[in-house]
Each structure stands twice: as C-alpha cells, then as structure tokens.
Design a protein around this ligand. Structure first.
Ligand SMILES: C[S@@+](CC[C@H](N)C(=O)[O-])C[C@H]1O[C@@H](n2cnc3c(N)ncnc32)[C@H](O)[C@@H]1O
Length: 227
C-alpha cells in the first residue's frame, strides 16, 4: 500500500499553527481541551498527525470535524486550506466556547464552531458537507453512523485511526452499504514509531431516512446488527 504524505506548509501557516497551539495551551488551563499542554508534544503528536489528514482532504470545499475538542484536526485543516470552509462540531458546550475564542483570536474567517451532538446537527442540516473528518472520537462503525448523515452523496468520510483499526472494521465487513457507504479503504502513514491509518469511506448513496437516529442510539444498538 502506498504511504500517505504529510502536507507541506508555508512558513506563515507554520507560524499560525504555533500561535494556535499557544492559544490551546492557555485555554487548557480553563477547560481540558487536549491531554498535553506542552507545545512541542502538541506539534509532534497532534499537528503533525493532522497534516497527514490534510493531504487527503486537499481541494474539498465544505468540511466538518465531528468531536473536534480543542480543534483537532479541523483548525489545522482551516489554516492549511483558507478557501475551504471548516465546521468544528463538539457536543460539549464548554469546549465549543473556548474553541470559539481561539478561532476568534486567530482571526480564522473560514471556520464555524457549533456545539451540538452530530445526530442533532444531521437532523437539521442533512447531507450538507462534502467531507466529514474525525480523530479520537469512537470506534469506526459508530463513528460512521455519526458522520454519514452529514455528508452529501459523492462526498467522503475520513477517520484517523491507530493500529487496531482492522479489529474495529472487521465485524462490519460487507455491511457498510446500509449507511450509504463504500467498504472502507485504509491510507497508511507513519507518525514517529506509530503505524497509523486514515480510513476513507466514499458516500455512494443517500443514507436511509431512519438516520440520524436519536442521540445516544448509535452506541447502544449497533446499526450493523440488523444490516
Ligand atoms: C477525545 S475528544 C477528541 C478531540 C479531538 N478530535 C482530538 O483529536 O484531540 C472526543 C470529543 O468528541 C466529542 N463527541 C463525542 N461524540 C460526539 C457526537 N456524537 N457529536 C459531537 N461531538 C461528540 C466529545 O465531546 C469530545 O470532546
């Protein structure tokens, strides 16, 4: 399999991302937005990681980052692609409030911050985005149920995953069409010592009207059990 490359950024983008990390560390003192508050660790393990995703979404107009927390990967994508519009979504209001302040301080005009669960947003703004991305939110099958109702037919879903990704997708093999999706494709890359992948599903058909289900149903009753 061909390895994914990290997106090359300009000096101006690098300096904006460093400013983002500085804002993130300050905000972390108010609300826990990310595990580490060390800018070097955040750069090496978080921003660098998201730059691999960036090479997979280049050219996409409307992106939504579901479960964005402190803005990862969405803020990195917004800095890399000023012509794209990036929606940052998190169910925790206190995180969204702090993230809104970071976005304002960075003067990022191509970003919206929304506090809601993905199921609520998808009910109101069904299949509106070209691409939905997520990092460290939940296992792939549940995540796909969150993301698919937000994405238009012809768009794609991208999930950043560690080495255990195969265990997550195996039980659902051959069933993804129930969510209007192709079988997932793994785009591998290496982050330091860690073998990682971006899982990509193409949205090949409109999703059934029963999705999104009510908030919380996706974790309780796996969609694939009846598919
Ligand atoms: C572990 S954090 C990951 C944050 C960030 N993506 C990162 O890589 O650092 C997961 C976030 O997903 C949010 N989340 C979980 N399920 C969600 C849903 N259905 N809709 C919106 N946000 C959700 C949580 O509130 C939490 O902030």
């Amino acid at each position: 399999m061909t390895e994914l490359n990290r997106l090359n950024i300009t000096a101006a983008q690098e300096s904006m991302l460093k400013e983002y990390l500085s804002q993130l560390c300050q905000a972390n003192g108010r609300v826990r937005l990310t595990g580490s508050s060390d800018p070097t660790v955040l750069w090496q393990e978080h921003v660098t990681d998201c730059l691999y995703l960036a090479s997979a979404v280049e050219g996409t107009e409307k992106i939504i980052d579901v479960g964005t927390g402190g803005g990862l990967p969405g803020v990195v994508l917004a800095v890399c692609f000023p012509k794209s519009h990036v929606t940052l979504l998190d169910s925790q209001k206190k995180k969204a409030v702090q993230l809104g302040k970071i976005v304002e301080a960075l003067e990022l005009e191509n970003v919206s911050v929304i506090s809601a669960r993905s199921e609520e947003l998808a009910a109101a703004r069904r299949e509106e985005w070209d691409c939905a991305v997520a990092r460290a939110v939940c296992e792939a099958p549940v995540l796909a149920e969150y993301l698919s109702p937000l994405v238009r037919q012809g768009g794609c879903l991208l999930a950043m995953k560690g080495p255990a990704w195969e265990e997550e997708v195996l039980p659902v093999q051959g069933k993804w069409s129930a969510l209007g999706l192709s079988e997932p494709r793994a785009l591998p890359y290496q982050l330091g010592e860690s073998a990682r992948v971006i899982l990509r599903w193409d949205k090949v058909a409109a999703i059934d009207k029963k999705y999104p289900r009510r908030p919380g149903r996706a974790e309780k009753i796996g969609w694939w059990k009846n598919a």
